[in-house]
Every structure is written in structure tokens, then in C-alpha cells.
Design a protein around this ligand. Structure first.
Ligand SMILES: Nc1ncnc2c1ncn2[C@@H]1O[C@H](COP(=O)(O)OP(=O)(O)O)[C@@H](O)[C@H]1O
Ligand SMILES: [Mg+2]
Length: 381
């Protein structure tokens, strides 16, 4: 049991990106203020928050002052060092807990935890040296993906290995070490489930969504995922089981591969709101961001229901954000822009959501058509 944070309390958010921005906007609606901790100047989250501390994640003095000045600390960015996490926890309640963060920061710790909870992942082995990699390729099989264990996002820090001849280059290139080698899963589709959990164990899981990536960056989310009801139920069960095993307070997004025989394998977990849940802002009475804020503030969480089906398309890089005027002029496209000054290639600049009556998600051609000026950005259906 935790005492509910009264209105006007201050939530400290580590990280200044778009997830922090949307978290702060949801918090504001519930009458909270947010204090952002970020090294970035003019960050998306700072633009909508009451207070900002601009400092490095290794600046322990700044972390301590920040934690001491807020009523609870949460994260939109998970890669704070173990020492930093201890420091935060010494001065403020930290939700989710440092233990959860430590698991999600490290792919080996994460996969060990998931398998330990009795849940399948791709076969994998830890790789600390080139000879480990040779053994891992033998044991796990080819093709596979070699990844950094820490600091990876949007496919950064990964290499596809088709044969033993790809190993040496990939091993040399990927930093920081150590690495992890995973079997490449020939998936039918990728899905994710977002679950909120309160300190007293109440759970709310959104229905699974399908995620389509482009150059390893999330491009499109379909809510709900067009999968069999038994598989959807199983995916929610897996995500809820992980939230419980983590003793989570907050939100966890669980990414999974659905293989061609209907089997689910967890790819990774993120103990925070997730890009594949942005559609919930427009299609649900309470979004993923609101459920996260409620859970970490000790408020009751609500059922993770939607009033509409939805398609979410990310606006990635200069080409897509250049379509902003056309997006604004298209009825039915719900626009979201993150306030980033510079549109670099591969950078998530914003997203759009399109709603459909519940049960009325169209097939591939209908989805492309519904995205209006963004239709030509989708891969051939
Ligand atoms: N073992 C795997 N088998 C098949 N595809 C994979 C595998 N690992 C990663 N991928 C692909 O790469 C994407 C990004 O990898 P992921 O492990 O989620 O890293 P991150 O999202 O942290 O960059 C996944 O969503 C998936 O499309
Ligand atoms: Mg991922």
C-alpha cells in the first residue's frame, strides 16, 4: 500500500524525451507538476514541465538534489547507473524500483529473468569474447542477432549474423561490450502488451497490438493486433505474469514475437510507457501515460480499455515531419509533435493516430488509405 500523492505534488521524471513529455502532460491533467532531469537543452519534456534540472546522469550531486526536491521519481529513460539509482532511492520513493530498472537495462539480466519466470525468449547466450561468440553460434544456431547488452535502442547496437564469416566484424564493431547472441526468430508478426500494476497488485493490461518496424524503428502500430483471441489472451497473461514477477509499480511494455506456429517469445521489456502505446492517448479513456502516473502516484488504476480501434504511425526523420502541413489538413488524422528542433534521419519527431470504430480496423489497403498524406510512406501491403 502506498499513500496517494495529493494534487500539486511533484513527480520527478528521469529523461527529457517524448515519453517524458507525454507523461508530464498526463500528470498535469491529474493535477501534478513534473520536474524533468535531463542532460539535454530544450528537451521535449522540459517544454511542458514545471521544472527542469539540466545535468548529466552521472552528476550525483544533481541527482541527489533532484530526488530530494520531488515527491516520487520515475523514468522515461532507463539507463541510469546503479550508483545513481541508489542515490535517487535514498532521497525519494523510486517507482518502478531500482531492481526493475537494473533488469531492463541489461539484456542478459532481462532474458535470464524472463526465462526464470518460465517464459520463452529466443534461444540466447552471453558473449564476452570472440570465442564465446563462436560457441554461441554453435549452440544457438544461425542466423542470429548479436547485440550489446546495454544502451541499445531502435536497433542500435545490433548486427545480423548470417554465417560464421560475419562474426569477427560484428564483434569488433559493437560497443559497449559485453554482448549477447540470439537466434533470429522467423516471426509472423511482432506484438506488444502494456500492463499497469499498482503497489497493492492491481493489474490492467491493454489488448496486444501489432508493431511494424522499418529499419529497426517502430513505424506502425495496429490496435488491436489482428491475431486469434487465444493468442491475445496468452500474450496478456505473459505480460501480467512478468509485471507480477517484477513486483512492478508502474507500467511495463512487453515486446513479443509471434512465430508461425502460434508460439509467443518475449523479445524485451521496458518498465515505462512505450512507443507502441501512443495510440492509447486518443483511443482510450485512460492512456498508458495516465495509468503509469496513477500507478506511481498511488492512485487507483482503471481498466485498460479502448473506445476505438486505432492505427498509430510514427513521424520519423525529416521526410515524414515535412508532411506536417498536409497531416494538419487531413480530417481524422490526430497529430502529435514532440517539439524537437532538429529533424535528423531516424529521429522520432511525432506521431499521428487514426481512430476506427471498435472492431472496425481495416485491412492493409484501408490502413494505408486512412493515413492520407502518409500512405506512400508505408511498405507495400
Ligand atoms: N532475435 C530476433 N529475431 C528476430 N528479430 C529480431 C530479434 N532481435 C531483434 N529483432 C528485430 O529488431 C528489432 C529491435 O530489436 P530489440 O531487441 O527490440 O532492440 P531495441 O528495440 O532495444 O533496439 C525488433 O523489434 C525486431 O524487429
Ligand atoms: Mg525493442
Amino acid at each position: 500500500m502506498i499513500r496517494p500523492l495529493p494534487p500539486n505534488s511533484t513527480i520527478g521524471i528521469i529523461g527529457g524525451g517524448q515519453l517524458g513529455r507525454m507523461m508530464a502532460m498526463a500528470a498535469a491533467r491529474l493535477g501534478y507538476r513534473c520536474h524533468i532531469f535531463t542532460p539535454e537543452e530544450d528537451s521535449p519534456a522540459a517544454q511542458v514541465a514545471a521544472l527542469t534540472t539540466r545535468a548529466d546522469y552521472e552528476d550525483y550531486r544533481a541527482l541527489r538534489n533532484f530526488a530530494a526536491s520531488v515527491d516520487v521519481v520515475t523514468f522515461e529513460f532507463e539507463n541510469v547507473s546503479a550508483e545513481g539509482l541508489e542515490l535517487l532511492a535514498a532521497h525519494s520513493p523510486v517507482r518502478p524500483s531500482p531492481a526493475v530498472l537494473r533488469i531492463s537495462q541489461d539484456r542478459v539480466a532481462e532474458k535470464s529473468f524472463i526465462n526464470g519466470a518460465g517464459i520463452a525468449t529466443a534461444p540466447w547466450q552471453a558473449v564476452g569474447s570472440p570465442s564465446d561468440l563462436a560457441k554461441a553460434m554453435q549452440a544457438v544456431g544461425l542466423p542470429g542477432v548479436l547485440k550489446t547488452t546495454r544502451m541499445g535502442y531502435d536497433g542500435k547496437g545490433q548486427a545480423l549474423l548470417r554465417g560464421p564469416e560475419d562474426a569477427a566484424d560484428a564483434y569488433a564493431r559493437l560497443e559497449p561490450k559485453p554482448l549477447i547472441y540470439e537466434r533470429l526468430i522467423d516471426f509472423a508478426c511482432e506484438i506488444s502488451v502494456i500492463v499497469a500494476r499498482t503497489a497493492d497488485g492491481a493489474l490492467s493490461a491493454f489488448d496486444p497490438v501489432e508493431n511494424r518496424h522499418r529499419e529497426h524503428i517502430l513505424d506502425l502500430t495496429l490496435a488491436p493486433a489482428p491475431i486469434a483471441p487465444e493468442i491475445a489472451a496468452e500474450a496478456k497473461k505473459i505480460a501480467s505474469k512478468l509485471a507480477e514477477a517484477l513486483d512492478l509499480v508502474g507500467l511495463v511494455a512487453v515486446e513479443m514475437f509471434l512465430d508461425r506456429s502460434g508460439g509467443l517469445r518475449v523479445n524485451e521489456i521496458a518498465p515505462r510507457p512505450h512507443n507502441s502505446g501512443h495510440w492509447t492517448i486518443d483511443a482510450c479513456p485512460a492512456s498508458q501515460f495516465e495509468l503509469h502516473v496513477r500507478a506511481i502516484a498511488g492512485l487507483p488504476i482503471l481498466p485498460a480499455v479502448r473506445h476505438s480501434d486505432a492505427v498509430m504511425k510514427n513521424l520519423v526523420g525529416p521526410e515524414e515531419v515535412a508532411l506536417w502541413p498536409e497531416i494538419l489538413a487531413t480530417p481524422g488524422l490526430i497529430p502529435h509533435l514532440y517539439g524537437k528542433a532538429e529533424a535528423r534521419p531516424g529521429r522520432k519527431m511525432g506521431h499521428v493516430t487514426r481512430l476506427f470504430p471498435k472492431g472496425g480496423l481495416p485491412g492493409p489497403f484501408g490502413i494505408a488509405a486512412a493515413l492520407g498524406p502518409l500512405a506512400h510512406r508505408l511498405e507495400e501491403p
